[in-house]
Design a protein around this ligand. Structure first.
Ligand SMILES: Cc1cc2nc3c(=O)[nH]c(=O)nc-3n(C[C@H](O)[C@H](O)[C@H](O)COP(=O)(O)OP(=O)(O)OC[C@H]3O[C@@H](n4cnc5c(N)ncnc54)[C@H](O)[C@@H]3O)c2cc1C
Length: 395
């Protein structure tokens, strides 16, 4: 959405704290709609973890609306099929076409991205001087008619709106509302990226796989996903495990390949043949939070994991963060700041909270034997945050 000539829709100055996928999507959407945007990122160097990211149709639609669809398609992979296998025997539970089908059903495809590629694509859309690195925000102040952010080096910036897109440990959130520690969800995971050859080097795989499928091994103690990245050059593995232990305060620990394989002892041999080709392994402790009762105070609001950190069971955390950015840009383009922030929160909070809770429920359902059918996701995939409507497939 572009700014109109009305005074309500005048150009606004927006400060975004945090240059993750959520903050950058918001910054690009705001910049495209004509606002002045400044992004402040604590890290000295911009980047993302070297792992895959599933982009549901609701996320892809936003990238396409920003005019970046062609480039996104060039950088990602669209899985040919969805395959679901039993964790131990490898028995085929589901094999269904995916490529092309998701666009028909939801108006956009389901794509698999390398996080760094998407991050870089978004970053390149912002003008020079927009992103400030090595800028740790230490305080935000919401005053009537404006907001300001102060940084560790003592500098400060004032804006019409400050957006906290600073992730699950959000300083902005903690300074607006009572600080609550994130909850360990009893899920840990390993993330591995391998050359696609890894599939061909696993003769014990129970069903023929090319590696271009979106394959899930579902068991009562965890689930393992394989999917392609970069047009099929790479194979991404997400290995999630139910675990009551998580050590200390850290969010990721240096693990080892033998430790990861040990966690899947007794799982299908073919699956283990693929996993065993990893050369290193980090382990993440998955945390989330309860939905927040409010996201906004005065001219300061939240977005992405700062507002609604969720379990990765539905692969929607980044997608919902991207939706937040598209929605915020739409309302700021059409209304005065206070109205826009109020419309933003009332549109986003119920939806994001519902996805947060469904992600938790899906995690619990996955542990049942046999697992019940997956919870419905059409309401998630079909949403168009750019227009604020839902996609209607034509028969
Ligand atoms: C294992 C795993 C798998 C996942 N898989 C998927 C998936 O397939 N699909 C999907 O949609 N989602 C997935 N998610 C969720 C997704 O990764 C997150 O929801 C998403 O990355 C959140 O983006 P964000 O920009 O809100 O926060 P972040 O990516 O956390 O970015 C926050 C940024 O703010 C910066 N920052 C922090 N504090 C400050 C400060 N005080 N001052 C300045 N800057 C600061 C940080 O350095 C960081 O760059 C997964 C999550 C996990 C853990």
């Amino acid at each position: 959405m572009k700014l109109t000539s009305s005074s309500a829709a005048r150009r606004k100055k927006v400060v975004v704290v945090g240059a993750g996928i959520g903050g950058l999507t918001a910054a690009v959407a705001l910049h495209r709609s004509g606002h002045e945007v400044l992004v402040f990122e604590r890290a000295r160097q911009l980047g993302e973890v070297g792992a895959g990211l599933q982009l549901g149709p609701n996320a892809v639609r936003i990238v396409e609306a920003l005019g970046l669809g062609q480039e996104l398609h060039r950088l990602t992979a669209e899985p040919t099929e969805r395959v679901s296998l039993k964790w131990d025997t490898g028995e085929l539970r589901v094999r269904e076409p995916y490529k092309g089908v998701m666009r028909q059903r939801f108006g956009a495809p389901y794509l698999m991205a390398h996080r760094a590629d998407l991050h870089h694509l978004l970053m390149r859309q912002l003008p020079d001087g927009c992103i400030h690195t090595g800028a740790e925000c230490v305080e935000v102040v919401a005053s009537p008619g404006s907001a300001s952010a102060r940084f560790a080096d003592g500098s400060a910036v004032e804006a019409d709106v400050v957006v906290g897109a600073d992730g699950i440990h959000s300083m902005v959130r903690n300074s607006l509302f009572d600080p609550v520690r994130p909850r360990f969800t009893q899920q840990i995971c390993w993330r591995v990226v391998l050359p696609m050859d890894a599939i061909r080097r696993a003769p014990a795989l129970p069903v023929p796989l090319t590696g271009m499928e979106y394959t899930g091994w579902l068991g009562p103690t965890g689930h393992v996903l394989f999917y392609p990245l970069r047009g099929g050059e790479l194979l991404n593995i997400f290995a999630g495990r139910v675990s009551s232990d998580w050590v200390g305060e850290s969010w990721t620990v240096d693990s080892s390949v033998p430790e990861m394989l040990q966690a899947y002892a007794g799982w299908n041999d073919g699956m283990l043949e693929v996993l065993s080709q990893a050369t290193n392994a980090y382990c993440w402790g998955i945390h989330d939070r309860d939905p927040l009762a409010s996201w906004t105070k005065g001219r300061v609001t939240l977005l992405g994991d700062a507002a609604h950190p969720m379990m990765p069971t539905l692969a929607q955390g980044a997608a919902i963060s991207m939706e937040d950015g598209a929605c915020l840009a739409r309302h700021l383009a059409a209304h005065d700041v206070d109205t826009a922030l109020s419309l933003y929160e009332s549109e986003r909070r119920p939806r994001a909270s519902r996805v947060q809770l469904q992600a938790r429920q899906q995690f619990l359902n996955n542990q049942m034997t046999p697992p019940p059918p997956p919870l419905p996701t059409d309401w998630i995939y079909g949403h168009d945050a750019v227009s604020g409507t839902d996609f209607k497939a034509t028969a």
